[in-house]
Design a protein around this ligand. Structure first.
Ligand SMILES: [Fe+2]
Length: 245
């Protein structure tokens, strides 16, 4: 039987991390997105950095743990979302810090978290995008036969384990390392990690470990139809992005 499939284009980025973004790569990736003209654009989460919500974050000028204010982080991250014009926005573990602070035993912290989460929800609504929580069930977005998610695991086998736990092809972010791998399950579905679009040398906390050598810029794009998805991982070569169009 001949099946006629109607294919549409999709585009996904993740881990842009607000003020840490690599502006040069971001502009190049956005320009490609315009040429690709996808019908579905997804931000896979960590559009904010939320350093101000880390335990031990300080506001004092000369404190070594002084972090960028949440309002600056929010304004920069939301500007990136406006530039991206996503249809779906996922919360990553960085945004999820605010949602977990809604349950803080400090009334002041819980109130601040309420203001922050509401601001994010309203801004994403204004973009007419769907906001997905950082949640192992509700944070999954199915397009064709592929599951898009921020990612919940770290470590060597994170992409493979995510593919195998869902039993479907996946596109995730979270690890900051562009990667393609297959699951050891029937049909051997493919898992992609998009990498990050943050300026890697500026991520001070990750500069003292070997795993950071594998971090890299990237994003994913492809086509989808009712029952299938094609996915490609784009990464730069010698600091140059090469695209098919
Ligand atoms: Fe993440």
């Amino acid at each position: 039987m001949n099946v006629t499939r109607k294919w549409r284009r999709w585009f996904a980025v993740g881990c842009t991390h607000a003020n840490h973004i690599d502006r040069k790569s971001w502009d190049i990736v956005l320009a490609f997105k315009e040429r690709w003209a996808p019908e579905m654009t997804i931000h896979l989460g960590d559009f904010l950095d939320t350093a101000a919500w880390r335990a031990g974050a300080r506001n004092s000028q000369d404190d070594p743990d002084k972090t960028i204010s949440f309002s600056d982080d929010y304004l920069v991250g939301m500007t990136h979302l406006k530039e991206l014009r996503p249809d779906v926005v996922m919360l990553g573990n960085h945004e999820a810090r605010l949602w977990s602070m809604l349950r803080s035993s400090s009334a002041v912290v819980a109130y601040a978290a309420e203001q922050g989460t509401q601001a994010i929800e309203q801004a994403v609504k204004k973009l007419k995008a769907r906001l997905l929580p950082y949640d192992i069930d509700d944070g999954l977005f199915l397009l064709g036969d592929t599951v898009f998610l921020h990612g919940f695991q770290c470590g060597e086998a994170a992409v493979r384990d995510t593919v195998e736990s869902l039993g479907k092809p996946i596109v995730m972010a979270h690890l900051h390392r562009p990667e393609i791998t297959r699951g050891r399950v029937r049909g051997s579905p493919v898992g992609i990690c998009t990498g990050t679009l943050a300026n890697i040398p500026s991520m001070g906390y990750a500069r003292h470990r070997r795993a950071t050598y594998r971090w890299g810029h990237g994003f994913a794009y492809g086509e989808y139809c009712a029952d299938a998805t094609v996915a490609w991982l784009a990464t730069p070569v010698k600091d140059e992005w090469r695209f098919p169009l």
